[in-house]
Write a protein that binds this ligand. Sequence first.
Ligand SMILES: [Zn+2]
Length: 431
Amino acid sequence: MAVLFRDFYYIDAEMGRAARGDLLVEGGRIARLGKDLPEPPGGETVRGEGKALLVPGFVNGHTHAAMVLLRGLGEELPVMEWLQERIWPVEAGLLPEHIYWGTRGAVMEMAATGTTCFCDMYFEMDEVARAASERGMRCCLSRGLTGDDPAKVQEGADLFRRWHGRDHITVQLGPHAPYTVSLEAMKSIMALAEEIGAGVHFHFLEAEWEPSFIKEKYGLSPGAYLEEAGLLGSGPAILAHCVWFPPSEIPGLAGTTATVAHNPSSNMKLGSGHAPAQAFLDGGVPLSLGTDGAASNNRLDLWEEMRLCALLHKGALKDPTVMTARDVFRMATLSGAASAGFSDVGLLREGWQADLVMIDLDRPHYIGWDRENIVDFLVYAGSSSDILGTMCAGKWLYRDGEFPGQDHDAVMGEVTRCREDLLRRAARRQP
Ligand SMILES: [Zn+2]
């Protein structure tokens, strides 16, 4: 159905100042931008009255959506103890239906906080694809591959063949990390990615010990490892975290297909440190923003990540001029979409996908905003509670506190049941 946004302000990462006018959505795309556009016959007209703003939908650059089922487990434990005693035993009991309902829960949470696309790495990814496509949320999926099991690699390639390009979905191959996948396996996965034309998504240098692990095992620096493994191929490459990426090797990443997915909340909550994000930006390496899984964040709120990212690097570098609101806005929208392999997502342009967040500016914390400073107001004063609606490819995912086309109580019930079931299964396996 066509939707006309009448008299809205709107801004994206490429616009210097907010514009005011009408935006027509037709066939899932932004069909027209202008003034006094005619109302679409049989369509919906939403009135902004100059008190509401449209921005592109946020892209969660790195997450494990179904981990919402593991939220809150083992809080504030040392990382290895947290993984070995609280997370992995529960994950071992995950069934396809848990992944499906966990993702449905995550999709609700993301839609309510303005996310219209998420880059997900987990397993049973057909369930993730099903959950996202049934709700109409865009996503970029990768089957997390560990060990050298060719069957899992095949699963990743099969997922690509089944879903890539279908229902707002892209698929990448997902070799989990250099410490869970051998260099030889990494090379063969990358060769396969090149052969089928897939991008790649992997964890890189999240923990402090990882650079020395790579050095000891392969005699390579992180940059040389990426080159040796062929990880920067022709498709988009998402490098999640890069907390311990050596700044001296950043120039080698510039001009490649790599996007660093920066996950400030998760990295801080797990005590991992923080990525040299400003150095990546200064070096011309694109950054996206991610939440990581809800077990280590514990929110799936990209707006929160924007604010935290802008504050964190100012504080760490003792410099209020770095990591601007404009920088994080671009990371959360256009750069994230590009990392997911979408070339017409992330800007408000005619012909681009209608992935939109509708924001209420008629609130006390927006007093003083203008067309030039609106992005600063969003990042520093605003929050996702200002969101009136979230639309992906022209379809409302969230509107005025509700999720159109979804039985809220039924979904909440299923997600709750899956969480309880998982915890019961984990408890049964305890010695
Ligand atoms: Zn992760």
